[in-house]
Design a protein around this ligand. Sequence first.
Ligand code: ATP
Length: 797
Amino acid sequence: MNTPYRITPYPQRTLKREKTTLSNGSSDNSKEPVKVFCRIRPLKEDEDTSCILLVSPTVLSLNTPSDPKYPSQRQLHCQFNQIFTSYATQKEVFDFVAMPLLQDLLKGKNALLLSYGVTGSGKTYTLSGEPNNPGIMPRCIDTLFNTIDEFQAPKFMIKPDKMNGFEIQAENDAVKDRLFENRANAKTLSKQSKKGSGDQLHYINDEIRIKDIDENNLYAVFVSYIEIYNNTVFDLLDESNGKPLQSKILREDAQKNMYVNGVVEIEVKSADEAFEILNSGQKRKRMGHTLLNSESSRSHSVFNIRLVQVEQIAHNSEGDPMVPDSNIIKVSQLSLVDLAGSERTNRTQTTGMRLKEAGRINNSLMCLRNCLEVLRENQVTKCNKIVPYRDSRLTFLFKNFFEGYGKVEMIVCVNPSCLDYDENLQVMKFAEMTQDVKIKKPENRDTPYMRKTVKKINTPMSTTKVKSNSSFSLPKIPSFLFDVENLTEMGVTIDQIAKALKLRGSKMETNYSEYNNKVKHFRKRLCDLNEGNILNLSEIKSMKTIIKKGKQESYNLKNKIVDLETVNDSLSAKNQELQEVIRSLRCINDEKDLKINQKILEKERAKQKFAMANEKMSQELENKLRKQREHLQATMKAKENKLKKVKQILESDDPLLSQEDVETPDYDPQHTPPTTILKETQTPSKRNIQTPSARHRRSRSAGEVWLEHNSIKPIPLGTVLQPCVKKRKSLTKLTKASDITNPKQSKYCLIAQDQDTEGEIETKVYKGDIVSTCGGGAQVIFNDVELLKQKSPTESP
Ligand SMILES: Nc1ncnc2c1ncn2[C@@H]1O[C@H](COP(=O)(O)OP(=O)(O)OP(=O)(O)O)[C@@H](O)[C@H]1O
C-alpha cells in the first residue's frame, strides 16, 4: 500500500536551499526561468518506504534513508513550480503543465517540454500514458483537434518545403495530392484489412477545447516523431519497409533554427490520424528490458507538433486561392521530449550492449546538464562562455529553445522509494540548477516563425504576376505632332508629355527602389542560403571525417583480421607439424615396444634354456655324485667287510676261515644300496646304523665353519630332520672367489631340492671339505651326501 503524502504548511524557515540570485535575474523582464514540475509516482508493492515527504504543493523534502550506508541523516528541501503527488491524475498534470503550452501554440508560440528522471520513474507514463489513462501527448492532440476542428485548412494546401518551412500550393495541386493520397490509403487499407490491424490504440477524448483562437485563420497540423539513440538521430515515421532506420543529420534553416534534415512531417487532419502515426512511431522506438523497468526507453524520443496558420484566403471564381503577395504563414511548434532514464548501471546490472546504451544515455543527459550549467554561469557571471550544445545531438537540436526560440519546461519524475535515494538526490540537484536558468522570452511578435509563401500557384500566380508586371510598366508618352497652326493643342500635348515624363521619372524611381529592395532581399536570401550551405559543408566535412574515421577503423580491423588469420594459419600449420611429429614418435614408440616385447620374449626363452641347461647340469652332477658316492660306499663297505673278516680271523683260531673271510668279494656298485638318512618311517638296516661315517662325526666337530650353498627359495618340506651345520655362512650364489677362499670356512655343503622318480620332493645335502690350493684358491672335495625325504608309513618298502 502506498503511504499518502502528508501535506504540511510550508515552513519557510526549514528551507535549506538558497535560491541563486542572478545578477540580471528578477529585474530582467526579457527573460523567464525554466519552469520545473515534479511528479512523484506511486511506490511499488514491494517498496514500502519512501524517502520523499511533501512539505507543501511546491516544496518537498528528500530524507536520507535509515541505512548504515548513510552515516548522517539529512533533509534536503526542494522547491518546484508544482509538485504532483502519486494521487495526481493524468488530467491534472495535463491541465497544469501542458494546457498553457497548447494555448501558446495556438497563439503562434513555441514550447519545449522535457520529461526527466531516473529509469522507471514514470516519464513515459506522464507523456504517453495508457489507452484508458492518456498522458500529455494524446491529450494535447485531442485538445488541439477539438479546438481547430472547423478551422482546418484543406489538406495539402500547406506543404512542408523540406527546409523547415512551409509553402502554399494551388487548390488544383492540393486536389491532385489528395486524390493521390486517397488512392494510396485505399491500398494500405485493403492490405491492413487483410492483415487485420487490431493493435491500434484508442484514447479517450474528453472533448476539451481552447476557446480564444483566431477564427480568421486556417490551421494545419503537422507531426513528426524522432528518436535520438546512441547520439544518432532516427526518424520514427520513416516508412523503411522493415529496413533498419537511416540516421538523419541536423541542419540550420534560413532563420538559424535547427531541424532534422529530411524528417518525415505528416499533415494530420484528425486526432485518430495523429494517434495512428504516434503509435506506429512508438512501435519503432528502442525499448529494452532492464532490472528497474521491463519496458525501458533506451532513447530520447521527440514528438513534434507544428501548427501552421494562414489568413483565410479568398478564392477566385474558379475556386483557386488568391494568394496576396505578402501573405504570411505563422508556424509554431510544441516539442514533447521523453528523455531516456538516467541510470546507475550497477543498480540496473546492465552489461554489454545495454551498458553501452546506458553510457550514451548518461552522456547526453550530462551534456544537457553541462549546457544548463554554462547558461546559468553566463547569467551569474555575465560572461559569454560558449554553451556546448554541439556535444550531443539532443542539446544541438534544441539549442534554439535555450536561446529564446520558445518556452522550456521540464517535468521531473521521481520514484519515492528509498532504494532510489541516491539517484533522486542527483535529480533534485539537477532540477534545482535548471530552475535557476533563465531563458530569453520569445520575441513579442505574432509571427515568430515567418516565412513568405513560395509561389507555386498556377493560375492565380499568373494573375498576380501580370498584376505585378503591370506595376513595373511605365506610363505611355503621348504622340506629338508638330503643327504650327495648332499651337494650343501642341502645348497641351507637350504638357501631357511633360506630365508623362514626370510620372515616368517617379515611376522609375519607385521601380528602382523596388528593384533595390528586391535585390537586397535576394542578396539576403542568397546569404542565408550561403550560410546554410556553409553549415551543410561543415556538417558534410564532419560527416566525412566520421566516415573517414570509420573507414580507417574498418581498415584497421580488416588488417587485424588478416593478421589474426595469418597467425591462425601459421598456428594451424605448426599444429599439423606437431601432429606429424606426434604420429612419428608414436610409430617409433610402437616399434620400440615391439622390440622390447621381442627382447622380453627372447629373455624368457633364454631363461628357459638356461633353466633347462641348469637342470641338465645339476642332473649330470647329481648322477656323477651318486656314482662317486656309490663307488665310495662300495669301497667303504668292502673295506669294512675286510676289516670285519680281519677281526674275525684275529679273534678266531681257524686260519682258513679267516682267509676265506678276508677275501673280499668283487665290488658291484649295482647291488650296493646307497647310504641314506631315512626318516623315522623307514626302518634303518642294522648295518647302516652300525657304520656311521667317520666324516659325519668330523663335520660336527666344534669350531668348523660351514659355507652353506642353498637355493634362492628352498621349498619348505616340513621335514623333522635337518642337516646339522651350526656355524655357517649361507649364500645362494657363488659369485666371487673370496666366497670360498675365506680361511675361516673349512666345510662346504650344497643343498639341492629335486623331484624323485615318484614325484616326491627330496632334499640332498652334498658335503665336502674346502681345501686350499697352492695357487691361492680353494677346492671342495665332496665326501658326503645326505638325503632328506618324506615317506608314508603305509607305503610298501
Ligand atoms: N504516476 C504513476 N501512476 C501509476 N503508475 C505509474 C506512474 N508512473 C509510472 N508508473 C508505472 O511505472 C512503470 C514505469 O514507468 P515508465 O515506463 O513511465 O518509466 P520511465 O521513467 O519512462 O522509464 P525509462 O526511463 O526506463 O523508460 C510503468 O509500468 C508505469 O505504468
